[in-house]
Design a protein around this ligand. Structure first.
Ligand code: SAH
Length: 347
């Protein structure tokens, strides 16, 4: 049991067990929603705070912070109470600020281009830890004048596979959208999955207002299977059927992520094959020039080539854009920052 994971009924029960009067539970709940530790709950008596410290807080602290001098993007490495470290990013856009959060420490999915998965999944992140990333960022980068909060949008696109930590992720989404919590609109939240099909069907019932992104990365099973081991369990036909069901169920377009890997999935024929697969579906393709990971030996593509591929899709009447690059001076793709710092620390 951790403070940051408790819901209100659990907080009340725990506070009662400490012999505290009922109104204390409400005070504690308000503090926890702001990510404040028992030792800093200034309106509680010291003796009660000390009693509370017998239960671990279960949150994160900022371990390192890197600020891009180009666009103000901030990359964070958070430390957890078991000394694991994990990444998060704050990106500044004209419409607001987006944070990219991790859902697991490492990942078991084994995608061939990704750094997060190189040593497998260490463990799942708990809802309270994910909430704590958000509150630590808010404390570190206080809202601009006249604004209630710094963070307006969340993308679950850091390290980990959110649908492989399903219950914790859904609990996190419930808490983060709660009117008496951070109150972030579900429409401002995106989740990205490598395509765990049964979980996609569950997700459209559990969180229909959250935007679904699916990492497609290929127009067929041959290429997808070579890049993403998950394709063996859930081939592209099943992934696309789930995407279509999501669009039908929610009336919202699915975003397909497509990392362009040089000489692998980036030809004109690949674009035409992809367009044929997606024709008639309510969707958008988000093209990402591969961020080459040293250990992986795959090639990137130039931005010009990414625009060319995008043009090929657009000519086939498929909505597509090339993802904007942010914070390129402070580190590369998913999982690379954590790996680099772990190498530094372990020598
Ligand atoms: N597990 C989730 C979230 C992963 S990260 C998923 O698979 O969707 C978000 C996106 O970054 C995914 O589309 C992932 O495939 C992509 N990605 C991972 N490593 C990358 C790299 N080196 N270059 C470009 N995109 C990468």
């Amino acid at each position: 049991m951790y403070w940051m994971d408790m819901h209100d009924a659990e907080i009340s029960e725990t506070m009662r067990s400490f012999g505290a009067p009922a109104y204390r539970s409400k005070q504690v709940s308000e503090w926890l929603k702001k990510g404040v530790r028992p030792s800093d709950m200034s309106n509680l008596p010291k003796s009660l705070r000390e009693q509370m410290e017998s239960i671990p807080f279960g949150g994160a602290t900022i371990f390192r912070k890197y600020v891009s001098s180009r666009d103000g993007t901030v990359k964070y490495l958070f430390a957890l109470e078991d000394d694991n470290i994990v990444e998060g990013v704050l990106m500044r856009y004209s419409y607001g600020n987006t944070v990219c959060l991790s859902t697991q420490i490492g990942c078991n999915m084994g995608c061939k281009f990704c750094a997060s998965t190189l040593n497998g999944c260490v463990r799942n992140l708990r809802p309270g830890e994910m909430l704590s990333f958000l509150s630590e960022i808010e404390k570190d980068e206080p809202p601009a004048d006249g604004k209630k909060r710094t963070v307006t949008n969340i993308v679950l696109m850091g390290s980990g596979e959110p649908m492989d930590n399903y219950d914790n992720v859904v609990t996190f989404l419930k808490r983060v959208t709660a009117p008496d919590g951070p109150n972030i609109s579900a429409r401002n939240i995106s989740i990205s999955t490598c395509g765990i099909v049964p979980k996609i069907y569950r997700f459209m019932e559990d969180a229909p207002h959250v935007t679904l992104s699916i990492s497609l990365h290929a127009p067929n099973n041959e290429i997808r299977g070579a890049l993403m081991p998950i394709n063996k369990a859930y081939p592209i036909e099943q992934v696309l059927a789930a995407a279509k069901a999501y669009a039908d169920r929610t009336g919202r377009r699915v975003v397909f992520e497509y990392a362009l890997v040089g000489e692998t999935n980036d030809s004109h024929a690949d674009a035409i094959a992809l367009a044929a697969r997606l024709r008639g579906m309510l969707c958008h393709v988000n093209l990402i020039p591969l961020n080459p990971v040293e250990e992986r030996g795959l090639k990137g593509v130039s931005r010009e080539h990414a625009y060319e591929f995008c043009e090929w899709l657009n000519k086939e009447h498929i909505s597509a854009t090339v993802r904007r690059e942010m914070g390129t001076d402070i580190d590369g793709a998913c999982g690379q920052l954590r790996r680099r710092v772990l190498h530094e620390l372990n020598g």
